[in-house]
Design a protein around this ligand. Structure first.
Ligand SMILES: Nc1ncnc2c1ncn2[C@@H]1O[C@H](COP(=O)(O)OP(=O)(O)OP(=O)(O)O)[C@@H](O)[C@H]1O
Ligand SMILES: [Mg+2]
Length: 455
Protein backbone atom coordinates (compact mmCIF):
# COMPACT_ATOMS: atom_id res chain seq x y z
CA UNK A 1 0.00 0.00 0.00
CA UNK A 2 1.37 3.38 -1.00
CA UNK A 3 1.08 5.66 2.01
CA UNK A 4 0.80 9.42 1.64
CA UNK A 5 0.69 11.97 4.47
CA UNK A 6 -2.24 11.27 6.78
CA UNK A 7 -5.41 13.33 6.44
CA UNK A 8 -4.94 14.43 10.04
CA UNK A 9 -1.45 15.76 9.31
CA UNK A 10 -2.61 17.50 6.16
CA UNK A 11 -5.54 19.08 7.91
CA UNK A 12 -3.33 20.22 10.79
CA UNK A 13 -0.77 21.62 8.36
CA UNK A 14 -3.45 23.44 6.37
CA UNK A 15 -5.04 24.93 9.49
CA UNK A 16 -1.59 25.87 10.80
CA UNK A 17 -0.92 27.68 7.51
CA UNK A 18 -4.18 29.58 7.85
CA UNK A 19 -3.35 30.40 11.47
CA UNK A 20 0.11 31.67 10.45
CA UNK A 21 -1.38 33.91 7.74
CA UNK A 22 -3.96 35.26 10.21
CA UNK A 23 -1.25 35.86 12.83
CA UNK A 24 0.89 37.88 10.41
CA UNK A 25 -2.15 39.78 9.16
CA UNK A 26 -3.36 40.67 12.64
CA UNK A 27 0.15 41.67 13.73
CA UNK A 28 0.41 43.99 10.69
CA UNK A 29 -3.01 45.47 11.37
CA UNK A 30 -2.35 46.12 15.05
CA UNK A 31 1.03 47.69 14.24
CA UNK A 32 -0.43 50.01 11.62
CA UNK A 33 -3.38 50.97 13.84
CA UNK A 34 -1.00 51.69 16.73
CA UNK A 35 1.15 53.90 14.47
CA UNK A 36 -1.94 55.77 13.31
CA UNK A 37 -3.30 56.23 16.83
CA UNK A 38 0.03 57.50 18.18
CA UNK A 39 0.42 59.92 15.25
CA UNK A 40 -3.12 61.21 15.71
CA UNK A 41 -2.56 61.79 19.43
CA UNK A 42 0.57 63.79 18.67
CA UNK A 43 -1.29 65.76 16.00
CA UNK A 44 -4.09 66.62 18.40
CA UNK A 45 -1.70 67.84 21.07
CA UNK A 46 0.36 69.81 18.53
CA UNK A 47 -2.84 71.44 17.19
CA UNK A 48 -4.08 72.29 20.68
CA UNK A 49 -0.70 73.76 21.54
CA UNK A 50 -0.53 75.93 18.39
CA UNK A 51 -4.12 77.10 18.91
CA UNK A 52 -3.45 77.97 22.58
CA UNK A 53 -0.46 80.09 21.61
CA UNK A 54 -2.42 81.76 18.78
CA UNK A 55 -5.14 82.67 21.23
CA UNK A 56 -2.72 84.72 23.36
CA UNK A 57 -1.88 86.99 20.40
CA UNK A 58 -2.95 90.60 20.88
CA UNK A 59 -1.84 94.01 19.68
CA UNK A 60 -0.27 96.65 21.82
CA UNK A 61 0.36 100.11 20.48
CA UNK A 62 0.00 98.94 16.96
CA UNK A 63 2.33 95.96 17.40
CA UNK A 64 1.59 92.27 17.69
CA UNK A 65 2.48 90.84 21.06
CA UNK A 66 2.19 87.40 22.60
CA UNK A 67 2.95 85.63 25.80
CA UNK A 68 4.02 82.03 25.43
CA UNK A 69 1.71 80.15 27.76
CA UNK A 70 3.46 77.46 29.78
CA UNK A 71 0.49 75.12 29.36
CA UNK A 72 1.00 75.01 25.60
CA UNK A 73 4.37 73.25 26.02
CA UNK A 74 3.43 71.31 29.14
CA UNK A 75 0.86 69.46 27.02
CA UNK A 76 3.58 68.32 24.62
CA UNK A 77 5.92 67.32 27.42
CA UNK A 78 3.16 65.17 28.85
CA UNK A 79 3.06 62.82 25.88
CA UNK A 80 6.77 62.21 25.42
CA UNK A 81 10.29 63.36 26.06
CA UNK A 82 10.58 64.64 22.51
CA UNK A 83 12.17 67.97 21.67
CA UNK A 84 9.74 70.78 20.95
CA UNK A 85 10.25 73.74 18.59
CA UNK A 86 8.04 76.70 17.88
CA UNK A 87 7.96 79.85 15.81
CA UNK A 88 5.62 82.82 15.44
CA UNK A 89 5.71 84.78 12.20
CA UNK A 90 3.87 88.11 11.89
CA UNK A 91 3.75 89.71 8.47
CA UNK A 92 6.57 87.49 7.18
CA UNK A 93 8.82 88.44 10.08
CA UNK A 94 9.81 86.01 12.78
CA UNK A 95 8.43 87.35 16.01
CA UNK A 96 9.86 84.71 18.25
CA UNK A 97 11.08 81.08 18.17
CA UNK A 98 13.34 79.09 15.87
CA UNK A 99 13.53 81.02 12.64
CA UNK A 100 15.02 78.13 10.65
CA UNK A 101 11.99 75.86 11.18
CA UNK A 102 10.67 74.70 7.78
CA UNK A 103 7.91 76.85 6.34
CA UNK A 104 4.43 75.51 6.92
CA UNK A 105 2.04 74.63 4.11
CA UNK A 106 -0.17 77.55 3.32
CA UNK A 107 -3.59 77.39 4.86
CA UNK A 108 -6.74 79.33 5.32
CA UNK A 109 -7.07 81.68 8.25
CA UNK A 110 -7.96 79.85 11.44
CA UNK A 111 -7.31 76.38 10.04
CA UNK A 112 -4.70 74.07 11.55
CA UNK A 113 -2.34 72.45 9.02
CA UNK A 114 0.21 69.70 9.59
CA UNK A 115 3.57 69.06 8.01
CA UNK A 116 6.15 66.34 8.35
CA UNK A 117 9.77 67.17 7.65
CA UNK A 118 13.39 67.04 8.74
CA UNK A 119 14.80 69.50 11.26
CA UNK A 120 18.16 69.42 12.99
CA UNK A 121 18.76 65.84 11.89
CA UNK A 122 15.47 64.44 13.15
CA UNK A 123 12.06 63.89 11.72
CA UNK A 124 9.53 66.35 13.05
CA UNK A 125 5.80 66.81 12.93
CA UNK A 126 4.64 70.40 12.85
CA UNK A 127 1.23 72.00 13.25
CA UNK A 128 0.60 75.59 12.21
CA UNK A 129 -2.34 77.95 12.56
CA UNK A 130 -2.71 81.46 11.11
CA UNK A 131 -4.74 84.23 12.76
CA UNK A 132 -5.44 87.80 11.77
CA UNK A 133 -4.47 90.29 14.47
CA UNK A 134 -5.48 93.94 14.36
CA UNK A 135 -2.27 95.98 14.81
CA UNK A 136 -3.09 99.68 14.72
CA UNK A 137 -5.18 100.13 11.62
CA UNK A 138 -3.81 97.05 9.88
CA UNK A 139 -4.77 93.40 9.99
CA UNK A 140 -1.65 91.34 10.26
CA UNK A 141 -1.55 87.60 9.50
CA UNK A 142 0.27 85.84 12.32
CA UNK A 143 1.28 82.17 11.89
CA UNK A 144 2.05 80.10 14.94
CA UNK A 145 3.96 76.82 14.31
CA UNK A 146 4.66 74.19 16.95
CA UNK A 147 6.81 71.18 16.06
CA UNK A 148 7.97 68.10 17.87
CA UNK A 149 10.34 65.24 17.03
CA UNK A 150 8.69 61.84 16.48
CA UNK A 151 10.80 59.53 18.65
CA UNK A 152 7.99 59.11 21.17
CA UNK A 153 5.49 58.15 18.50
CA UNK A 154 7.92 55.63 17.01
CA UNK A 155 8.67 54.18 20.46
CA UNK A 156 4.97 53.72 21.27
CA UNK A 157 4.40 52.14 17.86
CA UNK A 158 7.28 49.71 18.17
CA UNK A 159 6.30 48.79 21.77
CA UNK A 160 2.79 47.92 20.68
CA UNK A 161 4.11 46.18 17.58
CA UNK A 162 6.42 43.99 19.68
CA UNK A 163 3.58 43.10 22.05
CA UNK A 164 1.31 42.34 19.11
CA UNK A 165 4.07 40.18 17.63
CA UNK A 166 4.36 38.15 20.85
CA UNK A 167 0.59 37.75 21.04
CA UNK A 168 0.47 36.66 17.39
CA UNK A 169 3.11 33.99 17.98
CA UNK A 170 1.18 32.76 21.04
CA UNK A 171 -2.04 32.80 19.02
CA UNK A 172 -0.29 30.79 16.30
CA UNK A 173 0.82 28.05 18.68
CA UNK A 174 -2.59 27.84 20.36
CA UNK A 175 -4.21 27.67 16.92
CA UNK A 176 -1.87 24.84 15.82
CA UNK A 177 -2.65 22.86 18.98
CA UNK A 178 -6.39 23.41 18.49
CA UNK A 179 -6.04 22.45 14.80
CA UNK A 180 -4.40 19.16 15.74
CA UNK A 181 -7.22 18.43 18.20
CA UNK A 182 -9.84 19.45 15.64
CA UNK A 183 -8.24 17.25 12.97
CA UNK A 184 -8.18 14.30 15.32
CA UNK A 185 -11.79 14.84 16.41
CA UNK A 186 -13.03 15.14 12.84
CA UNK A 187 -11.24 11.93 11.85
CA UNK A 188 -12.67 10.02 14.81
CA UNK A 189 -15.69 8.61 12.96
CA UNK A 190 -13.41 7.33 10.20
CA UNK A 191 -11.10 5.68 12.73
CA UNK A 192 -14.07 4.14 14.51
CA UNK A 193 -15.29 2.60 11.25
CA UNK A 194 -11.78 1.31 10.47
CA UNK A 195 -11.51 -0.15 13.98
CA UNK A 196 -14.88 -1.88 13.75
CA UNK A 197 -13.94 -3.40 10.38
CA UNK A 198 -10.56 -4.63 11.60
CA UNK A 199 -12.09 -6.10 14.79
CA UNK A 200 -14.17 -8.42 12.65
CA UNK A 201 -13.37 -12.04 12.09
CA UNK A 202 -12.07 -13.08 8.68
CA UNK A 203 -15.43 -14.47 7.54
CA UNK A 204 -17.66 -11.74 8.96
CA UNK A 205 -19.07 -9.95 5.91
CA UNK A 206 -22.23 -8.51 7.46
CA UNK A 207 -22.96 -4.91 6.48
CA UNK A 208 -21.67 -2.19 8.80
CA UNK A 209 -24.67 -0.65 10.50
CA UNK A 210 -23.10 2.10 12.57
CA UNK A 211 -24.19 5.72 12.59
CA UNK A 212 -21.72 7.83 10.64
CA UNK A 213 -21.51 11.49 9.58
CA UNK A 214 -23.17 12.28 6.23
CA UNK A 215 -19.75 12.77 4.55
CA UNK A 216 -18.84 9.17 5.30
CA UNK A 217 -22.12 7.69 4.09
CA UNK A 218 -20.83 7.13 0.51
CA UNK A 219 -17.72 5.37 1.85
CA UNK A 220 -19.82 3.22 4.17
CA UNK A 221 -22.24 2.42 1.35
CA UNK A 222 -19.43 1.45 -0.98
CA UNK A 223 -17.87 -0.70 1.73
CA UNK A 224 -21.17 -2.45 2.42
CA UNK A 225 -21.82 -3.04 -1.25
CA UNK A 226 -18.33 -4.48 -1.64
CA UNK A 227 -18.90 -6.81 1.31
CA UNK A 228 -22.25 -7.91 -0.09
CA UNK A 229 -20.65 -8.68 -3.46
CA UNK A 230 -17.87 -10.55 -1.69
CA UNK A 231 -20.40 -12.51 0.35
CA UNK A 232 -22.33 -13.45 -2.78
CA UNK A 233 -19.23 -14.50 -4.63
CA UNK A 234 -18.00 -16.60 -1.69
CA UNK A 235 -21.43 -18.17 -1.41
CA UNK A 236 -21.45 -18.89 -5.15
CA UNK A 237 -18.10 -20.67 -4.96
CA UNK A 238 -19.24 -22.64 -1.86
CA UNK A 239 -22.36 -23.58 -3.81
CA UNK A 240 -20.25 -24.67 -6.70
CA UNK A 241 -17.92 -26.75 -4.52
CA UNK A 242 -20.86 -28.42 -2.76
CA UNK A 243 -22.58 -29.17 -6.05
CA UNK A 244 -19.38 -30.51 -7.62
CA UNK A 245 -18.61 -32.68 -4.58
CA UNK A 246 -22.14 -34.04 -4.61
CA UNK A 247 -22.01 -34.89 -8.30
CA UNK A 248 -18.66 -36.62 -7.98
CA UNK A 249 -19.70 -38.91 -5.14
CA UNK A 250 -22.17 -41.14 -7.00
CA UNK A 251 -19.90 -42.01 -9.94
CA UNK A 252 -17.05 -42.58 -7.46
CA UNK A 253 -19.18 -45.08 -5.59
CA UNK A 254 -19.86 -46.86 -8.88
CA UNK A 255 -16.15 -46.96 -9.75
CA UNK A 256 -15.35 -48.36 -6.31
CA UNK A 257 -17.98 -51.13 -6.57
CA UNK A 258 -16.75 -52.10 -10.03
CA UNK A 259 -13.13 -52.13 -8.86
CA UNK A 260 -14.07 -54.32 -5.83
CA UNK A 261 -15.80 -56.78 -8.15
CA UNK A 262 -12.83 -56.79 -10.51
CA UNK A 263 -10.47 -57.36 -7.58
CA UNK A 264 -12.35 -60.50 -6.71
CA UNK A 265 -12.28 -61.85 -10.25
CA UNK A 266 -8.68 -61.26 -11.32
CA UNK A 267 -5.94 -63.55 -10.15
CA UNK A 268 -2.86 -61.78 -11.45
CA UNK A 269 -1.11 -60.18 -8.42
CA UNK A 270 0.14 -57.13 -10.40
CA UNK A 271 -3.36 -56.46 -11.61
CA UNK A 272 -4.77 -56.89 -8.10
CA UNK A 273 -2.27 -54.32 -6.82
CA UNK A 274 -3.30 -51.90 -9.56
CA UNK A 275 -6.96 -52.34 -8.59
CA UNK A 276 -6.14 -51.79 -4.91
CA UNK A 277 -4.46 -48.54 -5.82
CA UNK A 278 -7.53 -47.52 -7.80
CA UNK A 279 -9.76 -48.29 -4.83
CA UNK A 280 -7.52 -46.27 -2.51
CA UNK A 281 -7.54 -43.29 -4.87
CA UNK A 282 -11.31 -43.54 -5.10
CA UNK A 283 -11.53 -43.63 -1.29
CA UNK A 284 -9.36 -40.52 -1.04
CA UNK A 285 -11.49 -38.72 -3.61
CA UNK A 286 -14.73 -39.77 -1.96
CA UNK A 287 -13.43 -38.64 1.42
CA UNK A 288 -12.38 -35.29 -0.05
CA UNK A 289 -15.73 -34.84 -1.73
CA UNK A 290 -17.55 -35.63 1.53
CA UNK A 291 -15.38 -33.28 3.57
CA UNK A 292 -15.74 -30.50 0.99
CA UNK A 293 -19.50 -30.88 1.17
CA UNK A 294 -19.34 -30.72 4.98
CA UNK A 295 -17.10 -27.70 4.83
CA UNK A 296 -19.52 -25.92 2.50
CA UNK A 297 -22.35 -26.73 4.91
CA UNK A 298 -20.35 -25.19 7.75
CA UNK A 299 -19.71 -22.04 5.69
CA UNK A 300 -23.46 -21.71 5.04
CA UNK A 301 -24.75 -22.37 8.50
CA UNK A 302 -22.13 -20.21 10.19
CA UNK A 303 -23.45 -17.18 8.31
CA UNK A 304 -26.76 -17.43 10.11
CA UNK A 305 -25.86 -19.47 13.13
CA UNK A 306 -28.65 -21.20 15.09
CA UNK A 307 -28.51 -20.47 18.81
CA UNK A 308 -30.44 -23.38 20.27
CA UNK A 309 -30.07 -24.46 23.87
CA UNK A 310 -28.05 -27.66 23.77
CA UNK A 311 -26.26 -29.98 26.14
CA UNK A 312 -22.71 -30.71 25.07
CA UNK A 313 -22.78 -34.07 26.89
CA UNK A 314 -25.83 -35.18 24.85
CA UNK A 315 -24.13 -34.15 21.61
CA UNK A 316 -20.93 -35.98 22.53
CA UNK A 317 -22.85 -39.12 23.52
CA UNK A 318 -24.88 -39.18 20.30
CA UNK A 319 -21.90 -38.59 18.02
CA UNK A 320 -19.85 -41.24 19.84
CA UNK A 321 -22.76 -43.69 19.44
CA UNK A 322 -22.92 -42.95 15.71
CA UNK A 323 -19.20 -43.67 15.31
CA UNK A 324 -19.24 -46.76 17.52
CA UNK A 325 -19.46 -49.19 14.56
CA UNK A 326 -16.47 -47.55 12.84
CA UNK A 327 -14.50 -47.74 16.09
CA UNK A 328 -15.56 -51.34 16.65
CA UNK A 329 -14.09 -52.33 13.30
CA UNK A 330 -10.69 -51.42 14.74
CA UNK A 331 -11.47 -52.75 18.21
CA UNK A 332 -11.38 -49.26 19.64
CA UNK A 333 -13.48 -48.52 22.69
CA UNK A 334 -14.98 -45.21 23.73
CA UNK A 335 -14.98 -44.37 27.42
CA UNK A 336 -17.29 -41.54 28.37
CA UNK A 337 -16.95 -39.30 31.42
CA UNK A 338 -19.57 -36.64 30.69
CA UNK A 339 -21.29 -34.06 32.84
CA UNK A 340 -24.21 -31.90 31.63
CA UNK A 341 -22.90 -28.70 29.99
CA UNK A 342 -25.53 -26.24 28.79
CA UNK A 343 -24.41 -24.35 25.68
CA UNK A 344 -26.00 -22.47 22.81
CA UNK A 345 -25.44 -23.29 19.18
CA UNK A 346 -26.12 -25.27 16.04
CA UNK A 347 -26.46 -29.01 16.69
CA UNK A 348 -25.63 -29.99 13.09
CA UNK A 349 -22.37 -28.01 13.12
CA UNK A 350 -21.32 -29.12 16.60
CA UNK A 351 -22.00 -32.73 15.67
CA UNK A 352 -19.80 -32.29 12.61
CA UNK A 353 -16.98 -30.82 14.74
CA UNK A 354 -17.12 -33.64 17.31
CA UNK A 355 -17.40 -36.26 14.55
CA UNK A 356 -14.24 -35.02 12.85
CA UNK A 357 -12.29 -35.06 16.10
CA UNK A 358 -13.50 -38.57 16.99
CA UNK A 359 -12.84 -39.72 13.43
CA UNK A 360 -9.22 -38.63 13.80
CA UNK A 361 -8.90 -40.33 17.17
CA UNK A 362 -10.09 -43.60 15.61
CA UNK A 363 -8.07 -43.23 12.39
CA UNK A 364 -4.77 -42.34 13.97
CA UNK A 365 -4.88 -44.88 16.85
CA UNK A 366 -3.62 -48.43 16.75
CA UNK A 367 -6.19 -51.21 16.97
CA UNK A 368 -7.49 -52.36 20.32
CA UNK A 369 -7.01 -49.07 22.16
CA UNK A 370 -9.28 -46.66 24.00
CA UNK A 371 -10.54 -43.20 23.09
CA UNK A 372 -11.77 -41.24 26.08
CA UNK A 373 -14.27 -38.39 26.04
CA UNK A 374 -14.39 -36.17 29.09
CA UNK A 375 -16.25 -32.95 29.85
CA UNK A 376 -14.61 -30.50 32.24
CA UNK A 377 -16.44 -27.34 33.32
CA UNK A 378 -15.08 -24.12 34.69
CA UNK A 379 -16.86 -20.86 35.48
CA UNK A 380 -17.49 -19.80 31.90
CA UNK A 381 -16.45 -22.66 29.66
CA UNK A 382 -17.20 -26.25 28.85
CA UNK A 383 -14.33 -28.34 27.57
CA UNK A 384 -14.87 -31.63 25.74
CA UNK A 385 -11.53 -33.43 25.85
CA UNK A 386 -10.90 -36.28 23.41
CA UNK A 387 -7.82 -38.41 24.12
CA UNK A 388 -6.53 -41.32 22.17
CA UNK A 389 -3.60 -43.70 22.50
CA UNK A 390 -2.20 -43.16 19.03
CA UNK A 391 0.89 -41.52 17.67
CA UNK A 392 0.08 -38.05 18.90
CA UNK A 393 0.22 -34.83 16.93
CA UNK A 394 3.98 -34.74 16.47
CA UNK A 395 6.46 -32.07 17.59
CA UNK A 396 5.78 -29.47 14.91
CA UNK A 397 3.52 -26.46 15.29
CA UNK A 398 -0.06 -27.65 15.90
CA UNK A 399 -2.01 -24.64 14.71
CA UNK A 400 -1.11 -25.39 11.10
CA UNK A 401 -3.05 -28.67 11.32
CA UNK A 402 -6.28 -26.62 11.25
CA UNK A 403 -5.35 -25.14 7.87
CA UNK A 404 -7.26 -26.32 4.82
CA UNK A 405 -5.96 -29.53 3.23
CA UNK A 406 -3.13 -29.69 5.75
CA UNK A 407 -2.21 -33.23 6.79
CA UNK A 408 0.40 -34.27 9.33
CA UNK A 409 3.53 -36.34 8.80
CA UNK A 410 2.00 -39.32 10.60
CA UNK A 411 -0.74 -40.17 8.11
CA UNK A 412 1.11 -43.09 6.47
CA UNK A 413 -1.57 -44.77 4.42
CA UNK A 414 -4.53 -43.34 6.37
CA UNK A 415 -7.19 -41.97 4.03
CA UNK A 416 -7.96 -38.32 4.59
CA UNK A 417 -8.28 -34.93 3.00
CA UNK A 418 -6.86 -32.55 5.61
CA UNK A 419 -10.17 -30.78 6.20
CA UNK A 420 -11.40 -32.40 9.44
CA UNK A 421 -9.68 -30.07 11.90
CA UNK A 422 -10.42 -27.08 9.64
CA UNK A 423 -14.13 -27.83 9.93
CA UNK A 424 -13.94 -28.38 13.71
CA UNK A 425 -11.98 -25.15 14.28
CA UNK A 426 -14.35 -23.07 12.15
CA UNK A 427 -17.41 -24.44 13.91
CA UNK A 428 -15.97 -23.67 17.33
CA UNK A 429 -14.84 -20.19 16.32
CA UNK A 430 -18.34 -19.42 15.05
CA UNK A 431 -19.68 -20.45 18.47
CA UNK A 432 -17.26 -18.16 20.30
CA UNK A 433 -15.11 -21.11 21.36
CA UNK A 434 -11.85 -22.66 20.15
CA UNK A 435 -10.13 -25.91 19.28
CA UNK A 436 -7.07 -26.79 21.37
CA UNK A 437 -4.55 -29.29 20.09
CA UNK A 438 -1.90 -30.88 22.28
CA UNK A 439 -0.17 -34.12 22.92
CA UNK A 440 -1.35 -36.01 26.01
CA UNK A 441 0.60 -35.31 29.20
CA UNK A 442 1.61 -38.93 29.58
CA UNK A 443 3.46 -38.74 26.28
CA UNK A 444 1.35 -40.94 24.03
CA UNK A 445 -1.66 -39.98 21.97
CA UNK A 446 -3.34 -36.78 20.94
CA UNK A 447 -5.44 -34.68 23.27
CA UNK A 448 -7.91 -32.50 21.38
CA UNK A 449 -10.21 -30.13 23.29
CA UNK A 450 -13.36 -28.48 22.03
CA UNK A 451 -13.87 -25.39 24.18
CA UNK A 452 -17.28 -23.68 24.19
CA UNK A 453 -18.74 -20.87 26.29
CA UNK A 454 -21.36 -22.01 28.83
CA UNK A 455 -24.74 -20.27 29.02
N1 LIG B 1 -5.94 -37.85 16.93
C1 LIG B 1 -4.90 -37.61 16.12
N2 LIG B 1 -3.75 -38.32 16.27
C2 LIG B 1 -2.69 -38.09 15.48
N3 LIG B 1 -2.66 -37.15 14.49
C3 LIG B 1 -3.78 -36.42 14.29
C4 LIG B 1 -4.94 -36.61 15.10
N4 LIG B 1 -5.88 -35.73 14.67
C5 LIG B 1 -5.32 -35.06 13.65
N5 LIG B 1 -4.08 -35.46 13.42
C6 LIG B 1 -3.14 -34.94 12.39
O1 LIG B 1 -3.67 -33.70 11.94
C7 LIG B 1 -3.84 -33.74 10.53
C8 LIG B 1 -5.04 -32.91 10.14
O2 LIG B 1 -6.22 -33.52 10.60
P1 LIG B 1 -7.56 -33.36 9.77
O3 LIG B 1 -8.64 -34.06 10.48
O4 LIG B 1 -7.72 -31.92 9.51
O5 LIG B 1 -7.21 -34.04 8.40
P2 LIG B 1 -7.21 -35.57 8.03
O6 LIG B 1 -7.65 -36.38 9.18
O7 LIG B 1 -5.87 -35.88 7.49
O8 LIG B 1 -8.27 -35.61 6.84
P3 LIG B 1 -9.86 -35.57 6.93
O9 LIG B 1 -10.26 -34.29 6.31
O10 LIG B 1 -10.30 -36.73 6.17
O11 LIG B 1 -10.22 -35.60 8.38
C9 LIG B 1 -3.96 -35.18 10.19
O12 LIG B 1 -3.54 -35.42 8.87
C10 LIG B 1 -3.03 -35.83 11.18
O13 LIG B 1 -1.71 -35.76 10.75
MG1 LIG C 1 -9.50 -35.97 10.12
Amino acid sequence: MIQTASIGQRLTLLLAGVAAALSVLSWGMVTSLAAQAAARTQDNVLAASATTIAETLRSEQGEVRLELPYAAFAMLGAISEDRVFYRVIAADEVLTGYDDLPAPATSEIGQVVFDTGQYRGAEIRMSSVTRLVLAGMERVAVTVSVAQTRDGVDAVTSDISRLAGLLSVAFFFVAVALSAIAARLSLRPLNLIAASVSRRGPSDLRPLLRAAPADLAPLLDALNRLMERLRLSIRRSEDFIAEAAHRVRTPLATVRTQAEIALRTVSDEAEKERLRRIIRAVDESARSAGQLLDHATVAYRVEDLARDRLDLSDLARQTAAALEPTAAMRDIQFTLDLTPAPIRGDAVLLDSAIRNVLDNAIKYSPEDTTVSLQIVLDAAQARLRVRDQGTGLGDGPMDVLTERFRRGGNVAGVVGSGLGLTIAAEVLRAHGGRLELENCENGSGACVSLVLPLV
